[in-house]
Design a protein around this ligand. Structure first.
Ligand code: HEC
Length: 109
């Protein structure tokens, strides 16, 4: 019996979905990082190009990413426990931190 073309397309689409679902839990999601940033960080930081309002004297995400002072590990550690006096501890989960780190590190690229 021949499989119809439509059926093959449908099966491959289902496979892609399953693969994305399976990988989603491990891989950081920078799009979600952006949503978290806009919600929790944009009050003080410029989190994306074009944002007009933020606090003075707070580094933008592009500056943080471009400064070379943070790699993935140090940025995650900072966000898990910000010991800066002026930076609030936002009690982020590990997956929120991973998504934010992925997002921040993409800012200069
Ligand atoms: C209430 C204001 C405020 C909010 C909200 C805030 N920050 Fe900050 N953040 C600051 C300030 C102020 C500093 C600079 C602290 C200093 O230099 O003393 C800072 C510093 C940082 C730094 C370190 C920069 C460096 O070069 O040392 C990172 C990384 C950072 N913030 C990430 C975030 C992320 C991610 C969020 C959202 C989850 C966030 N911040 C939310 C105020 C805020």
């Amino acid at each position: 019996m021949r499989m119809g073309y439509g059926r093959v397309v449908c099966l491959s689409a289902a496979m892609v979905l399953v693969m994305q679902f399976a990988c989603g839990s491990v891989e950081a999601d920078s799009a979600n990082g952006r949503r978290i940033a806009e919600r929790w960080c944009a009050e003080c930081h410029v989190v994306a190009p074009g944002q007009r309002h933020a606090s003075d004297a707070v580094p933008t995400f592009a500056q943080i990413s471009g400064s070379g002072r943070f790699d993935e590990a140090t940025l995650s550690a900072f966000l898990a426990n910000p010991h800066h006096s002026r930076m609030p501890n936002l009690s982020l989960t590990r997956s929120e931190i991973a998504d934010l780190v992925a997002y921040i590190r993409r800012q200069t690229h």
